[in-house]
Design a protein around this ligand. Structure first.
Ligand code: SF4
Length: 425
C-alpha cells in the first residue's frame, strides 16, 4: 500500500503522562478479533486479575463487547501504577486499536492525505505537554494505516451544507478560511465564531443560487459581508437571547456536561439519575444533577452569573483548540457524525459557551466566584470527551438544536455567546 501523507497540527504537543484518565472514563469497544486475542493471552493464569473479575462486558443486546471495568472505575487491565497490563506484558501492538489510537483521531482528506486531530479529553493534550506531534510522523503513519480503511479514495469530503457537495480542494479552502476567522485578534470570540458561521451561510446561499459558478468571488463577497455584519453587531449593545435559544442551549450543555460511567451503565440507580438530570436540564428549574465527578448540584441561574473574565491562558487554549479541530477535519464529515461543514462548524463554535458553563459550574462547586485556568481545562476535557463521540451531541435532536441556534445567520448563538462570554472578554 502506498504510504499515507499524514498532516499533523504544527502547534500541538503531546506525550502520554500515564494519568490513567482515559482508562477510567472511556468505554472501549472491542472487535471479535480483539476479544479472541485478549482471551488467548490467558489472563486468569497470570494472577494479575482478581478471580471472578470479568474481562469483557456485553454492550446491551447488540452482540458487541467492551472491556470491563474494576469496581473503582478503572479499566480491568489498568495497573495501580497507571500502566496497562496488556501493554506491559505483550507490547503496544497487543492492545485494542481504540486504546492505541487515543488521543489521536485520523480523518481522510482526499487521495493519500490524512489529517490528524487530537482529543482534548486528555489532560496532556489540553496542557500541550510532551513532544511536538509533528515529530511523531512515523508513528502517526502507522496508526493512521491501522485506523483507516485501505480504500481512502472512496471517502467523500463533507458537504458544505445540505445538497451542496464539496470537492476535496474546495473543502480545504473552506476550512482554511474558517481557520483564518478564528485567528482575527481584533474581534472577540463571539464575533470570530459568528463571522465564520455567517460566512459559511452566505457562501452556501451564493453557491445554491449559481451552482455552476463556484468562483472565489462568491467567497470574497461573503467575506466582506460577514465581516461588516459582525463588526456592526459588535459595536451595538449585546442582543438578548430569546427563550427558545436559552432552552435549546441549556439542553445542549446538559449533553456535554457528563462523562461515561462504565461501572454504572445499565444500573437502575444510574438510569434514574440520568432521568432526573434530563428533567432539570430541560426545565431549567431546581438544581442540576451532576453526572461528572467534581461537580455538585447547582441551579442553572447561578451558572449564568458573571465570573469576571477568562483566566490568563484561555485565549491561547481556544486558538489551539479550534486550529487543531479545523486542521484535523474533526468537526464535519467523517470527523463528526457525517455533518456538513456548516452544521459542524456551528456545533464546534458552541463548544466554547458550553465549556464556559461547565467551568463556572466547577468553580461554584468549590465555592469560588471566579473561574481559573484549571476550571477551563476541566470543562473542556469533559466537553471534548463528548464532542464528536457521544450520540447525544451528534444525533438528529442535536442537529435540530444546533440549527435552531444557528438560524438567522447564527444570531441566537451569537446572542448567547455575547451574554455569556461578552462579560468574560
Ligand atoms: S488521558 Fe492522556 S495522559 Fe492520561 S493516560 Fe490517557 S493518554 Fe495518557
Amino acid at each position: 500500500m502506498k504510504s499515507l501523507n499524514v498532516l499533523a497540527p504544527a502547534e500541538q504537543h503531546w506525550s502520554c503522562h500515564s494519568c490513567s484518565g482515559c482508562c477510567r472514563q472511556h468505554e472501549i469497544e472491542i472487535t471479535a478479533a480483539e476479544k479472541a486475542r485478549i482471551e488467548a493471552q490467558n489472563w486468569p493464569q497470570t494472577g494479575e486479575i482478581p478471580p471472578g473479575q470479568p474481562l469483557f462486558e456485553p454492550l446491551g443486546r447488540s452482540g458487541r463487547w467492551r472491556l470491563a471495568h474494576q469496581a473503582d472505575g478503572g479499566c480491568v487491565f489498568l495497573r495501580p501504577d497507571g500502566l496497562c497490563r496488556i501493554h506491559a506484558r505483550f507490547g503496544e501492538a497487543a492492545k485494542p486499536l481504540a486504546c492505541r489510537l487515543y488521543p489521536y483521531a485520523f480523518h481522510p482528506a482526499g487521495g493519500r492525505d490524512v489529517r490528524v486531530s487530537l482529543r482534548f479529553s486528555c489532560p496532556s493534550v489540553i496542557a500541550n505537554r510532551g513532544r511536538p506531534v509533528t515529530d511523531a510522523a512515523a508513528e502517526l503513519r502507522r496508526l493512521a494505516g491501522a485506523a483507516l480503511p485501505s480504500e481512502l479514495q472512496r471517502i467523500s469530503p463533507p458537504a458544505l451544507a445540505d445538497g451542496i457537495p464539496l470537492r476535496w480542494s474546495e473543502c480545504q479552502r473552506v476550512v482554511d478560511e474558517l481557520a483564518a476567522w478564528v485567528e482575527i485578534p481584533e474581534l472577540g470570540w463571539p464575533e470570530r465564531l459568528m463571522a465564520g458561521g455567517l460566512w459559511l451561510q452566505l457562501l452556501a446561499a451564493a453557491w445554491r443560487e449559481s451552482p455552476g459558478e463556484r468562483a472565489d468571488e462568491a467567497a470574497a463577497t461573503a467575506r466582506v459581508l460577514a465581516k461588516g455584519i459582525v463588526e456592526q453587531l459588535a459595536a451595538n449593545a449585546a442582543p438578548q437571547p430569546d427563550r427558545v435559544a436559552w432552552t435549546v442551549f441549556r439542553q445542549h450543555v446538559g449533553f456535554y456536561a457528563r462523562t461515561d460511567a462504565p461501572t454504572l451503565r445499565g444500573k437502575v440507580v444510574h438510569r434514574w439519575k440520568l432521568l432526573k438530570a434530563s428533567l432539570a436540564w430541560a426545565s431549567g428549574f431546581g438544581r442540576l444533577v451532576p453526572l461528572v465527578e467534581g461537580l455538585r448540584p447547582t441551579a442553572w441561574k447561578q451558572i449564568l452569573h458573571d465570573t469576571g473574565g477568562w483566566p490568563e491562558g484561555s485565549d491561547a487554549l481556544w486558538r489551539r483548540y479550534f486550529r487543531v479541530k479545523l486542521h484535523g477535519l474533526h468537526f464535519a464529515g467523517a470527523g463528526f457524525f457525517g455533518w456538513s461543514v456548516l452544521d459542524g462548524f456551528a456545533a464546534l463554535a458552541a463548544v466554547l459557551p458550553v465549556t464556559l458553563c461547565i467551568a463556572r459550574w466547577r468553580a461554584l462547586s468549590e465555592d469560588r466566584k471566579r473561574i481559573t485556568l484549571p476550571d477551563v481545562h476541566f470543562a473542556l476535557a469533559i466537553a471534548d470527551h463528548n464532542h464528536g463521540y457521544s450520540a447525544g451531541v451528534g444525533n438528529r435532536a442535536a442537529r435540530r438544536r444546533i440549527r435552531l441556534l444557528g438560524r438567522d445567520g447564527g444570531k441566537p448563538l451569537y446572542a448567547l455567546c455575547r451574554r455569556l462570554i461578552g462579560d468574560e472578554r
